[in-house]
Design a protein around this ligand. Sequence first.
Ligand code: WTA
Length: 712
Amino acid sequence: MAKIKDGATEATDPEKVSEAQIAVHWREEGYYFPSAKFIGQANVSDPSIFDRFSEKNFPECFKEYGDLLSWDQYWHTTLDTSNAPFWKWFVGGRLNASYNCVDRHLATDRNKAAIIFVPELEDDETEVITYQELYARVNEFAALLEGFCDVKTGEVATFHMPMVPELPVAMLACARLGVIHSQVFGGFSGAACGGRIADSKSKVLVTIDGYYRGGVLQDHKVKADEAVARALEEGVVVEKVLVFRRNPGEYASNSPMVPGRDFFVDEIMPPYKGKLVDPVSMPAEAPLFIMYSSGTTGKPKGCQHSTGGYLSYVTGTSKYYQDIHPEDTYWCAADIGWITGHSYIVYGPLSLGTTTVMYEGIPTYPDAGRAWRIAERLGVTHFHTAPTTIRTLRKVGPDEPKKYNYHFRHMTTVGEPIEPDVWRWYYDVVGKGEAVIVDTWWQTENGGFLGSGLPALNPMKPGSCGPAVIGIFPKILDENGEEVVAGSGMAGNICIRNPWPGIFQTIWGDPDRFVKTYYEKYNTDKNSKDWHDWPYFANDGAMQASDGYYRILGRVDDVINVSGHRLGTKELESAAIMVDGVAEAAAVPVVDDVRGHAVEMYIALKPGVSPDQGIEQQVSSMIEKEIGKVARPKNVWIVADMPKTRSGKIMRRVIASISNFTDVGDITTLANPEVVEDIRHYVQSDKVASGDQPRELTAAELAAILAFGSSE
Ligand code: WTA
């Protein structure tokens, strides 16, 4: 039985520990306040904003965000709910996202840095791309996409790019043409990319020969070949693969260029050099991009984001919550392959005309001081990263920040709950006690922040994302739709009662799944055109303290969050089952001090197949091939039988408890309760023997494990 730390008392009856009871025992952290200096310069320091964005002013309050953009044509209807829950924002408006992020800054800021690219090799030159240069590159690449690839407005182009400046250039080029981009995280495998190409029916893949990671030039082009092959298996032909070169004149890959299909961008670019392409005036409702997100069941969901609503929302939240001023040097160390990078490296900061920093590699390469040297050298004012990175930075160099003369004004944490202890190190050591921190809770589906304090107006509370952001009205509901009251100490499902401009429009090609996954649970009348009847079910567990601040517990469904990467259990299991001899597979999270969670796989073999090391290895490799290195399991356990419900569902909650040395809870309803003790003995004695000793889980960790698989 795991003990509950963090000032919590142990529950009296361990058999009945529930998520809610654990929540009761959470210690309330004290507030931290922003400095007068910060408040004095903040974009928002007048509390009248809360009234402007109060429910009585919804939805017109979002005009304030829309007005941050340059429109070709102003909208006539701020929110159209006639096809609920497919909300339409700023209807009648027309604009171009590339114009808003690039062209409109030229008059005043032509020669200001738009993007500063820091290559991973420290001796390589930092590349500064001014707004004028960005304008030239975006136009040229748009001309090439149009002229050479014949992609048309409304079609999808897939990118499988690492953190190089060619990625935002390509995104903005698509936006210029009204072509929908779909960037797949560069660390994902070729097969994972191929599945996403097929789903979106892209005929163009934009990639690069290689990139640096951990000091090594990775062969990336090889993944393009796998991607194209996989897409073809699923019936989609990729006509052209555009290959950038990481180092001009060289080729970083061993994979041959396929004649007629693969083209080096530098070789086909000359006719388009210096060409200008008029930004296409797009309806506010036109899709800007798709971003795939792993889900509970089946294949990843292509979250489709709009042009006007999305861009307004990320611009507004970048200004108010990130407190970006045009003269700042803003470094978000996320990957553009994730939604955070789309919204808060590319679209938000560039729309506001600030300088955004992109870093190619691992923040601790070649040593623990790298990130802080970058901050010092570039005069970074804002630092934005995830708890997993903060934990790593603390682990490898707890005192490193002190050695460097940088001063952040503002810092962000995003992607998973942050432990108060880690938060305090971030605040004291990284932020030197000078920077405010916003803990921003949101999802790929949301476009921008849902939960966060306004940095000059809401004090910080470690481990809590703060209140809902302005214009967002959440409520926490239990399984029966009853509201869980703030301050009750109970947790439930966090929902957003209202639509907002950044909400995704649909799941690409699967509107039924969109409604089913996010709206069906708490909708009472499926014919209603009134937004009040359509709470958005975020699929996250949360509790609200009496001060209105939210504490997010994590997914209530079966997504494993490894270093802030969402991995669907179904994707992991599907990959494992591709190995010959594997009959059944179950993926569970195991608490990991650096990555938050790591993946453990449980495998049952087909009759007559003998368990051996080979199979464990093959399962690991298959997962790496199908999904990517980040998903590689910490352990693969071969078991005789999986614990199952009477209806035949694998009880992941039970094996997750075994992997984490927590109590397995009530197993009397299982069809085969007798297998649980065998599995527990086998797995735990192996772990103990190999020195994988469990430490006490914190209350939040325990809650996350207990909540895992609870949707079954
Ligand atoms: C989790 C990332 C606690 C949550 C922007 C959510 C968080 C999932 C936080 C979305 C936070 C994100 N505190 N948990 N500040 N931010 N999460 O789609 O479970 O990659 O549902 O979007 O990460 O992950 P995604």
